[in-house]
Design a protein around this ligand. Structure first.
Ligand code: FAD
Length: 392
């Protein structure tokens, strides 16, 4: 059991720990400190005791041998037999992580009639595909998928497992993490291996997006994370890459508590998440009237319109066009960012863009640190010139 222990021989009843305890969990009785149920194991009292009389005993529930865990796994989510783009984005990141750790990259493919989809996972970098075809996996029932994935993790002991932060991935990944008793970092925007510790450094926006937090999972395995679609780029397939296909099976019959009666498709809302070209604008566009210029340029080059959050808040554009942490993550081939400062909450949505051209009148605007081409100038004037040049 985890808990706070007081060494009665070392404790002198000075009360320093009592003063520092925000949870009001400590008091001095008969010149010795005693702890009550309010204790949240924050550890402040441990640091404040000059006599080393207080300790936190932690339950050793992590695996004893972390080195037994090897390999990077990604969950290749499919819908109606089509592998989702986020799976290829995870494969690209997974390949990079596997190369830096010198281990294999494995894709998990689950559902029915999927054997012709294994090739595309291998050509995108997988060394192995664990393929399970079972009628139980036809509906996206988390209970069946989590039973299977947790069983495979316990059997094969991967070091890292990544999921796409789709609706299903967000629901499935925590169930798997809880079953295998490990941690999970949601909505990561950066994943890197620390060369010294070998730990997966999982970076994500924290505190309302006001700072980026890097999270590690030092004592439990596997290290698990989700990544939103479009946040990380996918690479082109390589037909020379070879891999193995290994068939796996449901460990036992699962009777899901929830029965899917019918799948009702919601109306199709045009999404900028799939757009190949985006003309994106921020407050630097100056006025709602100038949005016509943005739409005109987008139409001329066959692109969609993206905006920053303040423009949605101002009612200049619809929420479905918002890019960023609380909007859409996009991965276009070309993104033209006009009058956008490059706040971290916005950058969280454009990590997958292949080429970024940023136009801003401030040469020090943070957007330039992620742009491939930087144009310093008035975006309204540049938009007008671009439109007239294209029309000619
Ligand atoms: P500003 O930061 O005001 O930048 C305007 C830029 O335009 C400046 O760099 C300026 O130099 C330039 N400029 C001005 N005039 C011109 C001109 N004539 N020509 C060229 N350049 C010009 N924001 C998002 O976008 N998406 C999100 O999903 C999102 N989620 C958020 C979630 C939370 C919890 C929080 C707290 C904030 C979120 N934000 C989000 C807001 C974010 O913090 C920024 O405030 C926002 O991205 C800034 O938008 P902007 O770049 O349009 O405006």
């Amino acid at each position: 059991m985890s808990g706070l222990t007081i060494n009665k021989e070392k404790c002198v009843g000075c009360g320093l720990c009592v003063k520092g305890c925000a949870a009001k969990a400590l008091k001095v009785e008969n010149k010795k400190v005693v702890v009550n149920d309010n204790c949240v194991l924050c550890g402040i009292c441990v640091d404040s005791c000059p006599f080393g009389a207080i300790r936190i005993e932690k339950e050793p529930n992590g695996p004893s041998d972390l080195s037994a865990y090897r390999g990077i796994w990604i969950f290749a989510e499919q819908r109606d037999g089509q592998v989702l783009d986020v799976a290829f984005e995870l494969l690209c990141k997974g390949r990079e992580l596997a190369d830096s750790k010198g281990c294999q990259l494995t894709a998990l493919l689950m559902g029915s009639n999927l054997s012709d989809k294994t090739g595309e996972l291998i050509s995108h970098g997988a060394d192995r595909v664990l393929l399970c075809e079972d009628a139980l996996l036809n509906d996206q029932t988390e209970e069946c998928y989590s039973e299977l994935i947790a069983h495979l993790i316990q059997k094969e002991k991967p070091d890292i497992v990544l999921f796409g932060a789709t609706g299903f991935g967000r629901s499935l990944a925590p169930r798997v993490a809880a079953r295998v008793r490990t941690g999970l970092t949601a909505d990561c925007t950066v994943l890197e291996i620390n060369p010294e510790t070998g730990f997966l450094e999982q970076t994500r926006p924290a505190f309302g997006g006001n700072l980026m937090a890097t999270i590690i999972c030092p004592n439990h395995r596997p290290q698990m994370a989700t990544v939103r679609p479009g946040v990380m780029p996918a690479t082109e397939p390589s037909l020379t890459h070879k891999g193995d296909i290994i068939r796996v099976h449901m460990p036992k019959a699962v009777s899901p508590l929830v029965e899917l009666l019918q799948n009702i498709q919601s109306g199709t809302v045009e999404s900028i998440a799939d757009a190949q070209i985006i003309v994106s604008v921020g407050k630097g566009i100056g006025s709602q009237k100038n949005m016509t210029l943005v739409r005109e340029l987008a139409a001329l080059i066959g692109g969609s319109v993206g905006v920053t959050r303040p423009l949605v808040d101002a009612g200049w554009c619809e929420y479905k066009n918002q890019i960023g942490q609380t909007g859409c993550a996009v991965a276009p081939k070309l993104l033209i960012a006009c009058g956008i400062s490059g706040a971290i909450q916005h950058l969280a949505g454009i990590g997958g863009a292949k080429t970024i051209i940023a136009i801003n009148n401030d040469p020090d605007a943070p957007i330039f640190s992620v742009a491939h081409y930087a144009v310093v100038g008035d975006c309204v004037e540049i938009l007008k010139e671009l439109i007239s040049a294209l029309k000619e």
